[in-house]
Design a protein around this ligand. Sequence first.
Ligand SMILES: NC(=O)c1ccc[n+]([C@@H]2O[C@H](COP(=O)([O-])OP(=O)(O)OC[C@H]3O[C@@H](n4cnc5c(N)ncnc54)[C@H](O)[C@@H]3O)[C@@H](O)[C@H]2O)c1
Length: 449
Amino acid sequence: MKRPVGGTAGLVLVSVIGTGYLGATHAACLAACGHEVVGVDSSRERVATLAEGRAPFHEPGLEPLLREGVRSGRLRFTTECADAAGAEAHFLCVGTPQRPGSHAADLSSLDAAVGSLAPVLTTPTVVVGKSTVPVGTARRIGERLRAEAPAADDVAVAWNPEFLREGHAVHDSLHPDRLVFGVEDDESDQVLRDVYATMINSGVPVVRTDLPTAELAKVSANVMLAARISLVNLLAEVCEVASADVGDLTRILGLDERIGDKFLTPGVGFGGGCLPKDTRAFVARAEELGLAGPAAVLREVDALNMRQRARTIDRAVRMLGGRVDGRQVAVLGAAFKAGSDDVRDSPALDVATTLQARGARVRVHDPQAGSNVRRVAPALDVAETVEQACRDADVVLVLTDWDEFRGIDPVALAATVRHPRVVDGRLVLDPDKWRAAGWDFHALGRGGS
Ligand SMILES: NC(=O)c1ccc[n+]([C@@H]2O[C@H](COP(=O)([O-])OP(=O)(O)OC[C@H]3O[C@@H](n4cnc5c(N)ncnc54)[C@H](O)[C@@H]3O)[C@@H](O)[C@H]2O)c1
């Protein structure tokens, strides 16, 4: 790639293609760093919302950045890839969900985005993948762009995986633990260094590497996290059977410097738009690469995770005396984790819809995800408050780790429900307080109930 000379010192014209949880945050944060940013999305509705400086989903701190970016003129949104022409870097941020009927990643949105972008590439540029993809995708995109882009000889491909956590996305984007630049030439590396100058100047480490390593960085991080959660859930199940206390056990483990205390909370398991599908896509890709044997361990990680949902349902059914039909169930939480309204592959929503399918009358409350629940599971009854969800409930399930739920007064809530029975699927409630208030209390991993 030949980089044009000139431009405002250090500031870069960039495009961000795909403005969902990742792309909208990335675009807003780059505009906040002073760059000129064009966000491109195929959804007209999303573009209209973003163009007004409004966030199309719940993400703390995002809306003020969007508002300021749009107001300053540094941040624009469009449905047309042609409006991104001339950018020095094009960030690919479209979704790569699980392919229907398969464990592999569905790359159709990514391929469509590359197809729309290619004809627009008439000037030297670097196309930077941020979406999470199977290793080998960047090379394939590079070959396609060399065949289709008018300025093919001056178009480079780079991979710059994103590690942000929903609920902390703005903080993580502006203060990442590390930046990973998978590049094939010094010019691409320099463009990325200019884009991320604010972070680099504040001491964020950069790891420069090749394309396949950069692609692998994100899925590898996610399979490590997924494995850790499934392992702690296995320990929790043993604790339950052996009448041990998983809270004490994880505290003991967490104090071991080699292990640490993050991602050590057992419960209903991991979900969301990343960990489950990335674990499955990693296995699918490893199998394609002839590594089905060793990758089988990650099939178990996935199975252990799904088992947590089944265990939660079994526990609720047992508390209900084995009969679900016609019983009133309160589900507190629908988002896959606190701080987000994202219900993709959410354990909480999965448990709620499964119980409903088995004949229970389920009322769900989530501080942020209510409208997403109405959209993806319209048959579920959505309550505006904890009290509404729990009115006349035969059992209460706490399935997302919102702080609001930690503060519930078990004495007051006991007067709202029909039967004071609760399953704490996230270890957010104080067992002693709830038992003292008369609740039949069960927490996944905690023996003695
Ligand atoms: N959500 C996260 O926390 C996170 C973190 C790191 C990495 N990732 C990865 O980032 C990628 C995007 O994830 P997301 O959660 O933002 O997904 P998302 O579904 O929220 O957003 C994807 C966006 O891309 C748009 N889109 C689809 N096809 C398009 C096309 N051809 N042209 C333009 N826009 C198009 C969609 O309309 C949507 O707005 C995935 O690969 C994901 O694994 C996500």
